[in-house]
Design a protein around this ligand. Sequence first.
Ligand SMILES: [Zn+2]
Length: 453
Amino acid sequence: MALLGDGKKMKRWVHIGAALGLALSGAARASAQAKPLAAGDVSRIYDKLLKEIDQIPIYDNHSHATFPDDPDMDAMASPPDESTVMRLRDSNPEFVAAAKALFGYPYDDFKPEHAKWLIDRKKAAEAAGGTAYWDSILDKLKIETCLANRVALAPYLDPKRFHWVFFVDSFLFPFDNQEQAARNGDMGVYIPLQEKVLHRYMKQEGVSGLPADLASYEAFVRQTVSDNQKKGGVAMKFEAAYFRSLYFRDPPRDKAESIYSRYHSGGIPSEEEYHTFQDYIFRVLIDQAGKLKLPVHFHSAVGIGDYFSLRNGNPLNLENVVRDPRYSNVKFVLIHGGYPYTLDMIWMTAAKNVYTDSSLVGYYVYPSELKNILKQWISLYPEKIMFGSDAFPFNDAVGAEETFWLASRSARTAIGAALAELVAEGAFNEEKALELARLYLHDNAARLYGEMK
Ligand SMILES: [Zn+2]
C-alpha cells in the first residue's frame, strides 16, 4: 500500500511539473526514465563519443596473429568447400580500405598484379624477422595487448604484447581415430591435426608413447597444461564444438579407466566409449584449469566447414559445466559471443565466472548489426563482455593485419553507436557511456587476465 501511495505522489508531482511547463534539463533527463526513442541528436553524440573511444587502448581477447604461411597459427585448417560469408570475401571493399590505412596500398582492388604489392611487403617483413612488424600493426590500431590463439608461440610476436592461448582438444583424441576421421570431410581434415598437436605435446613432455594407464595419462595431461602456462600460456582453448557437442556428461572414473586400458595400445573405441572417455578427460582439464587459475576458452558459435553443427556449438550446452559448484573457481570465456545465439550468451554470463567476447561476430556482421548486439549486451552485463578480433589470414594478400583493422574499426564504431543511442534515450550520460566503452574494449579483459585490479 505504501508503494501505491508513493506512486500517487509521484504522479501528482509530474502533473504539477507539466502544468507549470517545467522543461527538463539535460541532467534531469539523465535521471528520469529511459525512453524507447532517442530524444537527442544521436549522430552528434556518436561523433563526440567516437572521438574518445578511438583513444581507448584495446585488449584483444582472441586473435590468430600470424603470417599466412605459419602452420602454428591454428590447430585447425579450413576444410574444403567452405562457404564464406559475404563480408569476408575478397570482393569486400573494406579490405582495400584496411590495406590503405595500414600500408598506404595504392590500388583499389586485389587483382593479382595489384595484390602482389601487398604480398611482397608482408613477405619482406617476415624475412626481416624480429617483433617490430606485428607490434607496429597493433600500434597503428591502438591495440595494447592481444591474445594469440596458436599451436605455439611465434618468434615474431612480442611476448609483452601477444599472450599465448594454447589448444587442449588433442587430449580428447588419444586412441585410434580412423572412425573419427571417416565421419565426414571436415573431420578428415581436423583429426590428423589434433593427432599432430598431441604428438607435439608428447615430445615436449618427453613421453614416447601413450602412458600405460589412465593415472599416467592424466598426469601427462596435467603436466602439459602446467608447462604451457609456464611457457607463457594465459588460457587454454577448446575448439571442441567442431568435433562434438559442447554438452559434457560426468562419467565415473572407473568407466574412463576401463576404456583407456582397453584402447590405449590399439583398437577402435565405439562412438559411445570415445564420448565417455572425452567427457571424463574434459573434466580433468577443467579441474586442472581451476588449480592453475587458468581461464578456459571455448569456441561457442557457428563454425566453418561443411558439417559444422549449430546445435553442438550452442553455448547452452555448457550450462551444466559453468554452473557446476565444483568449477566455481574456473573462469570460462565463451568466445565469439555464442553467435548467432548472442542473447542466450549474455544470459550465460549472468554466472559470475562466465565471460564472452565479440570476436568473429564483429566481422561476420556489419557494424550496424554489431551495434544491436552490443547494445543488448552492455545493457545487461557490461562487466562480462570483451572485444576480440579473431584476426586471421584469409589469403596471402588479406591477412591478419587487415582483419585486425576490420574488427577493431567495427567494434569501436559499433560500441560508439550503441552507447550514443542509449545516451540519447536517457539511459545514462556520456561519462558513463565512456566508462562502459572502456570496460568492453579493455578493462574487463585486463582484469580477467590479472593485469589490472
Ligand atoms: Zn579464432
